[in-house]
Design a protein around this ligand. Structure first.
Ligand code: SIN
Length: 512
């Protein structure tokens, strides 16, 4: 049994901490904000799993691979879909009260699912219910919790991660040593001008892992959610609303999705988001409209109490009039490459949840698979820790870089040509650049321009939270633009208007 440092307080981090503590490890859990603040609590739609008699693991697996546009890893997807039902039952044991109807668990439909299989809690408050149950569970364990403390960098010695440098609320940076570090730092929606993510989503884990020498992949695949409310903060309007029958209209009130895809508003997220984006461009940039009026005020208030409040607080009555929505950055399919047990390419480092690239999402995540992925792979990572995941792995160690090597650290934190007098990165300008040049539609010229502008900025020294975040955003923006330039095809969420479509069908599945 060893000392495990878990970084991140969403479902993936909390789950890992609980399971690792139960396995007898000494666990320290570091969270950037208050324990309950992270993307998990904002998840609305729910969690997908093959739990119902008219559904099957095979169907869920096929839907996941199809949404991933042929780039999902079938072995990882099989693990996800096979183990998903057991993890949902674990959540119930942790105290999550999923909504129930007369015949048992209630279930919703979301885009690209061939069955209604999304279980939810509090109508549209699934993430909050999960977060609350897991926070209560972790507090009952002997886990040392450090809040308002941010990961700055990983400590690497002789090719092995031995802990992390953590910036505390009082401004001091302390070295936290551990036998294994598990990153569960979530996504990086703050790379873009418009995002459904909370302000903490600045890709800290992926950037730090990359600087430390870990392999990362698929950063060109950012999922843009089609329906963020066109209001300050662009709050998410769950896909479950379209699953219940709401439709998208253009500024003239004409429904546009049926002409784009036979699945209309329930086509995969990338298809709907791009169609909305194009319609917005055609109508001079104004938002498209989500029409939920046919669902009726009473149903909307009962099924989506949180969204009913959010829309009314923003000045809209969605039971009477369509509401304005825009696409917004929502989820990072890429991240730190892991095996099926959360192990990264660096010994001593694991990653779970959105910051990990397990391979389950391919080029486009299936709706409501994110909470599931976090639970399934956090559980496996915790089990791997019990089996000695932090132990030396000769293969991985051979390929690992040592961030204590100043030359390598320099290469990974700034382009060689950067001048000391270069201006430090301007976050708002970076977000606007990524939105316009590396957003829903990209091309070589726009990406090259983005690359040049990103190269001209200098990362600030990480002396406080804002500067540490800016450094991470700059590193990730550069990596994202490089990855988008390198992939000269359109596939899933990565759409190159100057390149032909690439893989678009799911790979052959092994017979069940
Ligand atoms: C939603 O409720 O639309 C978001 C769910 C997800 O991201 O899978």
């Amino acid at each position: 049994m060893g000392h495990v440092l878990v970084v991140g307080g969403g479902i993936a981090g909390l789950w890992t901490a609980v399971r690792a503590a139960d396995a007898g490890h000494r666990v320290e859990l570091v969270t950037k904000a208050d324990l309950a603040e992270g993307s998990t609590r904002y998840a609305q739609g729910g969690i997908a799993a093959a739990l119902f008699p008219d559904d099957s693991v095979e169907r869920h697996l096929r839907d996941t691979l199809e949404a991933g546009a042929g780039l999902g890893d079938p072995a990882a997807v099989r693990v996800l879909c096979d183990e998903g039902p057991a993890r949902v039952r674990d959540l119930i044991r942790f105290g999550v009260e999923f909504d129930r109807g007369e015949s048992g668990l209630d279930r919703g439909l979301e885009a690209a699912h061939s069955r209604a299989r999304i279980v939810h809690a509090g109508g549209d408050a699934t993430g909050a219910a999960i977060e609350q149950a897991l926070v209560a569970t972790v507090r009952r364990r002997a886990v040392s919790i450090v809040e308002r403390a941010m990961l700055v960098d990983l400590l690497v010695e002789r090719g092995r991660v031995t802990g992390a440098a953590i910036l505390h609320a009082d401004g001091t940076v302390a070295e936290h040593r551990a036998d294994a570090v598990v990153l569960a730092t979530g996504g990086s929606g703050c790379l873009y001008r418009h995002t459904t993510n909370p302000a903490v989503a600045t890709g800290d884990g992926v950037a730090a892992a990359w600087r430390a020498g870990a392999a990362v992949a698929d950063l060109e695949f950012t999922q843009f959610h089609p329906t963020a409310l066109a209001a300050p903060g662009t709050p998410l309007i769950s896909e479950a609303v379209r699953g219940e029958g709401a439709v998208l209209l253009d500024a003239r009130g004409i429904r546009f999705m049926p002409a784009v895809d036979a699945r209309a508003e329930l086509a995969p997220r990338d298809v709907v988001a791009r169609a909305s984006w194009r319609r917005m461009a055609e109508q001079g940039g104004s938002a498209v409209l989500l029409d939920a009026t046919a669902l009726g005020g009473a149903f909307l208030a009962r099924r989506f109490p949180g969204l009913d409040r959010v829309t009314r607080d923003a000045g809209f009555d969605w039971s009477r009039k369509p509401i304005p929505v825009i696409p917004a950055a929502h989820y990072a399919m890429g991240g730190i490459i892991t095996d099926l047990d959360g192990r990264s390419s660096l010994p001593g480092l694991l990653a779970v949840g959105e910051c990990a690239r397990t391979g389950v999402h391919g080029a486009n995540r299936l709706a409501s698979n994110s909470l599931l992925e976090a639970a399934v792979f956090a559980d496996r990572a915790a089990r791997a820790l019990a089996g000695g995941a932090a132990a030396e792995d000769a293969t991985r160690q051979a390929g690992a870089a040592d961030s204590s090597d100043p030359a390598d650290a320099a290469r990974r934190s700034a382009p060689a040509a950067i001048r000391a007098e270069a201006p430090t990165v301007d976050r708002a300008a970076l977000q606007q650049l990524m939105w316009t040049r590396a957003g829903l539609e990209r091309d070589a010229a726009g990406l090259a321009e983005a690359s040049a502008r990103l190269a001209a900025w200098r990362a600030p020294d990480p002396v406080d939270r804002a500067s540490a975040e800016d450094r991470n955003l700059l590193d990730l923006a550069r990596l994202t633009v490089d990855a988008a330039l390198a992939r000269r095809e359109s596939v899933g969420a990565h759409f190159r208007s100057d390149a032909p479509a690439g893989a678009s069908t799911a790979p052959e599945l092994e017979a069940a």
